[in-house]
Design a protein around this ligand. Structure first.
Ligand SMILES: [Zn+2]
Length: 352
């Protein structure tokens, strides 16, 4: 969304916005000429912590001097306005999630009135109470059943991922989170079943646990070791730009544009989550054990792409490295690493 607002465009109409005001729970925009109802498109994007009410107003122009971001209203997190394309001005009103009722608009000639939802104290307390405690976390133990994943003479990936995932589950539950597992036993699941599970259960975040293997003969005698965290890598930015171009040329908003906006959100949230988890694993494991850091990477793993929520994949270490696999099999080490993951998750949610 940020890139949309930073675009500099010259308007192709002289129906300029002349006045802005906010009073009586109502945002008023006054244009030079009449505004037509058919020129206004309205849609909402729901996020965990806010609802974005987006109004695209066609055949109007925004002078640089006009803004609405200074306005404050109860229950409204932000007011924003921008010249979205040469002929469209976009108004975004971000409300708290409790205020997810639609914002109605009234047109009085050249005056456009946005009737903000009534802010009600009851729903506020409810939101605060449910904010962190009931966050749903979906854990995905990599592989399972006939899919053993990576393996070495020391261990099989599917066993380690399950054991670590079960530990992470109980740590997170003790912290008060609601935790769901794509698998809780040695069972085969394909990637689609895993992401479908996440879609069905509507969790807040998705964490997939894996372990790596890289035999010596493939790495010119180097024994790979270390932990790395992956987050969804968006397709190249040019493809996203294309989507926007199509979007602007045809309709005011399309499914594609909506999806690209959502994935933009998911992308930045996944990156935030990966940073916080990666950092906390390192700092917590390092207190007791050595751990080689292979960093944070972006990657188009299907299991990360097909969910609609912030998603990361943790490669906990190498089964082919004798020293590392010894630690990976050690229940105390597993608990320590999973506590690091849990701390990272907590820190991520604290950001809200
Ligand atoms: Zn794996």
């Amino acid at each position: 969304m940020l890139s949309i607002f930073s675009m500099k465009l010259t308007a192709l109409t002289d129906n300029y916005l002349r006045k802005t005001s906010l009073w009586n729970n109502q945002l008023n925009l006054v244009f030079k000429y009449h505004v037509k109802a058919k020129d206004i498109k309205y849609f909402t994007i729901k996020k965990r912590d806010r609802v974005k009410h987006i109004f695209d107003i066609k055949n109007v122009a925004l002078p640089k001097t006009k803004n609405i971001s200074q306005f404050k209203a109860k229950g409204v997190k932000a007011f924003r306005i921008a010249q979205y394309s040469k002929k469209v001005v976009r108004v975004v009103i971000e409300t708290k999630p409790a205020l997810n009722s639609k914002i109605s608009i009234k047109i009085q000639g050249s005056k456009l009135l946005f009737l903000l939802p009534k802010y009600n104290k009851k729903s506020k307390t409810k939101v605060v109470r449910t904010k962190r405690k009931y966050e749903t976390i979906i854990l995905d133990a990599g592989h399972g059943g006939r899919d053993i994943g990576a393996s070495s003479k020391y261990a099989r990936e599917k066993d380690l991922t399950l054991s670590m995932t079960l530990k992470l589950k109980s740590i997170l539950q003790k912290m008060g989170y609601r935790v769901l597992l794509t698998r809780s036993k040695d069972k085969f699941m394909n990637l689609k079943q895993r992401t479908d599970y996440a879609l069905r259960h509507g969790g807040s975040i998705f964490i997939s646990i894996h372990a790596n293997a890289e035999p010596k003969h493939k790495t010119k005698g180097v024994l790979y070791q270390g932990m790395e965290v992956f987050y969804l890598g968006l397709q190249s930015s040019s493809r996203i730009k294309n989507k926007r171009a199509i979007y602007r040329g045809k309709k005011v908003y399309s499914q594609k544009a909506y999806e690209s906006m959502v994935s933009q959100w998911k992308f930045s949230e996944s990156r935030k989550l990966s940073k916080s988890v990666h950092q906390n694993i390192l700092s917590y494991v390092h207190k007791k054990y050595n751990l080689n850091d292979k960093g944070i990477k972006r990657q188009d793993f299907w299991v990360l792409l097909a969910t609609k929520i912030p998603s990361i994949l943790i490669e906990t270490g190498y089964l082919t490295n004798k020293n590392e696999v010894k630690k990976l099999k050690n229940p105390n080490y597993q608990t320590r690493m999973m506590k690091g993951v849990a701390r990272g998750i907590k820190q991520y949610f604290k950001g809200y």
